[in-house]
Design a protein around this ligand. Structure first.
Ligand SMILES: [Zn+2]
Ligand SMILES: [Zn+2]
Length: 584
C-alpha cells in the first residue's frame, strides 16, 4: 500500500516560508493499492494531486474519494480537481450521511454561482455519491471500515485494509474523555472504542492540532492533542503515527520541536512518530497483522424516516438545548416526567433514541434487564461518566454546547441498527450492463406490448402494482409500470436488484418482517411495499431486470403462481429481444 501526503494543514491553507517543510495545503492523502486509487479528504492539497493525475496522461481516471466530513478544509479542493472536469473519468465519492441535505447538495453548495463559475453537475466526469454510516464496505481490493469520530460535525474515521497492510485515517477528532487530552488516564468507553479502531495499524494518520498546554482554551473545538494521539496509538499497538491537521499557526520549527519532544518521552516505545509532511510518501509493507473479519460487502443506511427521541431531562438548560436541536433537525421529542413513564412510552412509541438525565432513578432504570433487551440507544446527560452503566450508548457531559450535543445525538441516531440491505452487484456487472444497454431500450416511451404483460401480472395476482423493471448502474427504470407513479427509482432501495443479484425468483411475503427490507424507504414510506415477488429476465447469460408484482399488504404465494411469474418473465424476454425499431 502506497501512501502520499498532499495536504497536512488543519483549518486553513497557510502558504509561506514558515510552512515550507510540512506544507501549507489542507488535508488530502493519496492511497494506492494493487488495483485501487483512493483519495482521503479533499482539502486544498487535492489541487496538486489532480494535476499530477492529469500529467500521467492515463485515461480514463477512475478512483474513490473518502471524505471525513464536509468542513471546508476537507472539501475546498474539489472545484480545482482537474480529473473531475474530464469526460470519461469516473469517481465514487463517499462521506458521512447527514440528517438534513444530501451529500451531493452539500458539495454543490460550495460551487453555487456566487462562489464559483462552474457548478458541480457541469463537471465532465461521472461522479457517484455514497452516503455512509458506521460499517464495512469495499472499494476495489480495499476493505474499508468507518467509525464516528468526536467532532463538531458528523465525521467518520476510515480504516483501510489492503495488500496485507492497515492504514487508519482519523481526523478531525477530540478525546471523548477530556482528561485523556494529557495522554494519561484509563482509556474507557468511546475512547476505548476509538483505540480498537486503530488496533495494530501499520500507519495511523491522526489529528494532532493542539498540544496539551494549548488545549485548555480549545476544549470542544473537536481536535486532538499530540499527547492523546500518541497515547491512543501506543495502546492500539500501531506501528507508525503521522501527526496531522497541523494548526495554521504552527511553524515548521514548532512542528519539529513537538516531534522531538514526544519522541524523547517515548524512548523505548516501538511506535514510530513523525509529522505528516506534504509531498512525503511511504510504502506500507505487508504485515498481515489484523485484518478484520470478512463481512458481506454491504453498507447499511438507516431509514430515519421519522426520527423520534424520548427525553427525561429535568435540567432546564440541557432540556432546552435538546429541544432546540430537535426542532432544527425535524426530530419529534416525546417528554416524560419519570423513568417509569419513559419505559412505558418506549414500548408503545418505539423511539430511535432515549435521552435520560443521570440520577438514582435513572441508574435503577438502566440496571433493569428489559432496558438492555429493548435495543434503543440511550444517551445520558450527566456531570461525569459512570462506567458501570454499560447500556449507555453515549454521554453528554455538562456543560455542553448545542453544536456538540447535536453531533452526538446525530451520530447516535445514525448509528441505530438499520434493517435494510443494498443488493450486491454481480461479478460480471460490466458485461451485464453492456447487455442491458445493448438493448437500446432504456428511457424509451411506454409500449403496449410490455404494458399488456404488467396488466396481466397485476390481474393474475390480484395485486395493485406490477412492473417490468430494468436494473441500470445506479437506478431501476420501469419499461412498464402498473399502479406505480415513479418512472424510475434508486438502485439502492430496489427490491428487483436483489432478484437480479441472485438471478432467481425473489419472494418477500412481508417486507416489514424481513431484515433486508424492513427499514427500506419504499417500505417505511410511499408506496409502502409489504409484499414483493419478482422473476428475473435474462438476455443471454445476463440478468437485466425482472417482472414483478407488489402489494401494500403482506401475502403468500404458491408454486403455481411462481411458475406463472416465470411465464410472464419469458414473455417479457421475447419482447425485449425483438428489435424495437421494427415495432414502431
Ligand atoms: Zn479540519
Ligand atoms: Zn472539521
Amino acid at each position: 500500500m502506497y501512501v502520499r501526503f498532499w495536504g497536512t494543514r488543519g483549518s486553513l491553507p497557510t502558504p509561506g516560508r514558515h510552512t515550507l517543510r510540512f506544507g501549507g495545503n489542507t488535508s488530502c492523502v493519496e492511497v494506492r493499492t494493487a488495483n485501487a486509487l483512493v483519495i482521503i479528504d479533499c482539502g486544498s492539497g487535492l489541487h496538486n494531486l489532480g494535476r499530477a493525475l492529469a500529467q500521467t496522461g492515463e485515461l480514463p481516471v477512475k478512483g474513490h474519494i473518502l471524505i471525513s466530513h464536509t468542513h471546508w478544509d476537507h472539501i475546498q479542493g474539489i472545484p480545482f480537481f482537474a480529473p473531475f472536469f474530464r469526460p470519461g473519468n469516473e469517481w465514487d465519492v463517499y462521506a458521512p450521511r447527514g440528517l438534513g441535505q444530501s451529500l451531493h447538495d452539500t458539495l454543490a453548495g460550495q460551487m453555487q454561482y456566487v462562489y464559483f463559475p462552474v457548478r458541480l453537475d457541469q463537471m465532465g466526469a461521472k461522479i457517484r455519491y455514497h452516503e455512509l454510516v458506521e460499517g464495512d464496505f469495499r472499494v476495489g481490493d480495499v476493505k474499508v471500515r468507518t467509525q464516528y469520530l468526536n467532532h463538531t460535525a458528523l465525521t467518520l474515521g476510515y480504516r483501510l485494509e489492503a495488500d496485507g497492510a492497515v492504514l487508519v485515517y482519523s481526523t478531525d477528532h477530540e478525546p471523548f474523555s477530556r482528561q485523556l487530552a494529557s495522554g494519561n488516564g484509563p482509556i474507557q468507553g468511546q475512547d476505548r472504542r476509538h483505540c480498537e479502531f486503530l488496533a495494530d495499524a501499520d500507519l495511523v494518520i491522526h489529528d494532532a492540532q493542539f498540544t496539551l498546554s494549548e488545549y485548555a482554551d480549545k476544549v470542544g473545538w473537536g481536535h486532538s492533542t499530540v499527547e492523546y494521539a500518541v497515547a491512543m496509538c501506543r495502546e492500539a499497538k500501531a506501528a507508525r503515527l503521522a501527526l496531522t491537521h497541523h494548526d495554521p499557526a504552527r511553524t515548521d520549527d514548532a512542528i519539529e520541536g513537538i516531534v522531538k519532544h514526544v519522541r524523547s518521552h517515548e524512548p523505548a516505545s516501538a511506535l514510530d512518530i513523525f509529522a505528516a509532511e506534504e509531498g512525503k510518501s511511504l510504502e506500507l509493507q505487508r504485515t498481515n497483522k489484523t485484518i478484520f473479519a470478512d463481512e458481506a460487502p454491504v453498507s447499511r443506511t438507516p431509514a430515519l424516516a421519522n426520527p423520534l427521541i424520548l427525553m427525561v431531562v429535568k435540567d432546564p438548560v440541557a432540556a432546552d438545548t435538546i429541544r432546540g436541536i430537535a426542532r432544527e433537525d425535524d426530530i419529534v421529542v416525546l417528554e416524560a416526567a419519570a423513568a417509569d413513564e419513559a419505559l412505558n412510552l418506549a414500548t408503545t412509541a418505539q423511539p430511535s433514541l432515549a435521552i435520560l438525565e443521570w440520577g438514582s432513578e435513572t441508574a435503577d432504570l438502566l440496571a433493569r434487564q428489559d432496558v438492555a433487551a429493548r435495543d434503543i440507544p440511550i444517551v445520558v446527560v450527566a456531570d461525569e461518566e459512570h462506567h458501570s452503566a454499560e447500556v449507555v450508548s453515549d454521554w453528554l457531559i455538562r456543560p455542553f454546547s448545542s453544536a456538540y450535543a447535536r453531533t452526538r445525538i446525530r451520530a447516535c441516531l445514525l448509528r441505530t441498527t438499520c434493517r435494510w440491505e443494498r443488493a450486491l452487484t454481480s461479478q460480471n456487472e460490466e458485461q451485464r450492463l453492456a447487455s442491458l444497454h445493448g438493448l437500446g431500450i432504456l428511457d424509451t416511451p411506454p409500449e403496449e406490448r410490455f404494458d399488456r404483460i404488467t396488466r396481466l401480472a397485476a390481474s393474475i395476482f390480484n395485486a395493485p402494482m406490477a412492473s417490468i423493471s430494468l436494473v441500470d448502474r445506479d437506478r431501476q427504470w420501469f419499461k412498464s409500470r402498473y399502479g406505480l407513479d415513479a418512472v424510475e427509482s434508486s438502485r439502492e432501495t430496489s427490491f428487483c436488484s436483489h432478484a437480479v443479484a441472485s438471478q432467481d425468483v425473489l419472494v418477500v411475503p412481508d417486507a416489514l418482517q424481513d431484515p433486508r427490507f424492513s427499514d427500506n424507504p419504499l417500505v417505511t414510506d410511499s408506496p409502502r411495499i409489504r409484499f414483493y415477488a419478482g422473476c428475473p429476465i435474462f438476455v443471454g447469460p445476463d440478468c437485466v431486470g425482472t417482472v414483478c408484482v407488489l402489494d401494500s399488504r403482506p401475502r403468500q404465494i404458491d408454486d403455481d403462481s411462481i411458475s406463472l411469474l416465470h411465464d410472464l418473465a419469458a414473455l417479457a424476454e421475447l419482447e425485449l429481444r425483438k428489435p424495437h425499431s421494427a415495432m414502431e
